[in-house]
Write a protein that binds this ligand. Structure first.
Ligand code: HEC
Ligand code: HEC
Length: 252
């Protein structure tokens, strides 16, 4: 049984690279997949896809599955020995399930395309100029965060939104802040953490500060990101490839 499964996977992953390239997931597919998932899969896998040990469907953490075709094959054949039944779905339904899983369970159903990761890396380092701010490890220029695990932390749609509309995508916690202290000094940077008594921020020279709230006179949250928007600056293929690359970065 196990040997058979591995042989199938080896055969499928041989095709995986060509197949993953330029794979688009439409809004209609993602939403149809959400319906099927809620009705047929959620009972075992849970609303966030993390209810079965060692597997997290919304974060693309699998035991054996690699490609979209692997997911379809798993659903169609089931993993009967482990307690997952076989399902009989039409090809369009299988596409929907895959789209929903690949979207990271994004119920907004925003369409996206995952292109070729190797070409995406070239866009990241070349035309995109992303490395000007995003260092491979650690914090980069303008306080830009490392993206070395962005594929594990964020859904593809969130990453896409960051590239196209950084002002909308910014997390409230990560907004640029400007803090005026009671002693008259002003600190500007990116907020890393905040609790009832203190705020931690990294200033523009990348120095860390922990400031007691009792010492703060005023506190202003920036509304604009230091990240430029790439809307209209990249072709659809470049954007898809970039997304394919960033979603593949899962840390070590
Ligand atoms: C009756 C419970 C049950 C239902 C219903 C179910 N699954 Fe599973 N599924 C499992 C179990 C158990 C495993 C883990 C098998 C293992 O440990 O190898 C699994 C594993 C998987 C995997 C991961 C394979 C891997 O390589 O890690 C995928 C993908 C998956 N299920 C998708 C689905 C989808 C999509 C549906 C709905 C169409 C679904 N499952 C419905 C129980 C279920
Ligand atoms: C001028 C500097 C700059 C450039 C160039 C830049 N970024 Fe950013 N990026 C930032 C900053 C700063 C943030 C942090 C939050 C903020 O200010 O919005 C960020 C945040 C991000 C995030 C969100 C990370 C997270 O998890 O919080 C992603 C994804 C991202 N950038 C991708 C890219 C990509 C892809 C490119 C190239 C196409 C790029 N960035 C180019 C400055 C930059």
């Amino acid at each position: 049984m196990l040997c058979g499964g591995l042989a199938v996977l080896a055969a499928v992953s041989g095709r995986a690279i060509a197949q993953v390239e330029d794979h688009g997931y439409s809004a209609a597919d993602i939403q149809a997949g959400f319906k099927i998932y809620s009705a047929q899969c959620q009972l075992c896998h849970g609303p966030n896809g993390d209810q079965i040990a060692g597997i997290n469907l919304s974060r693309q953490r699998f035991k054996r599955v690699v490609s979209d075709d692997d997911i379809k094959a798993t659903v169609s054949s089931g993993i009967v020995s482990a307690g997952m039944p076989a399902f009989r779905f039409q090809p369009a339904e299988l596409n929907s399930i895959v789209a929903f899983i690949r979207s990271g369970f994004d119920t907004s159903g925003t369409p996206f395309k995952l292109g070729d990761a190797a070409r995406g890396k070239a866009v990241f380092e070349g035309k995109g100029g992303c490395t000007a701010c995003h260092a491979p490890q650690g914090e980069g220029r303008f306080n830009a965060p490392s993206l070395s695990a962005v594929g594990a932390a964020r859904q593809p749609v969130e990453i896409q939104r960051y590239i196209l509309e950084p002002n909308k995508a910014m997390l409230p916690l990560n907004r640029p802040v400007s803090i005026t202290l009671k002693d008259g000094r002003t600190l500007k940077g990116r907020r890393l953490n905040e609790d009832s008594y203190s705020v931690q921020l990294r200033d523009e020279t990348l120095r860390l500060h922990s400031i007691a709230k009792a010492d703060i006179k005023s506190y202003e949250l920036g509304k604009t990101s230091n990240m430029p928007s790439y809307a209209g600056k990249l072709s659809d293929t470049e954007l898809a490839d970039l997304l394919g690359y960033l979603t593949s970065l899962k840390g070590s």
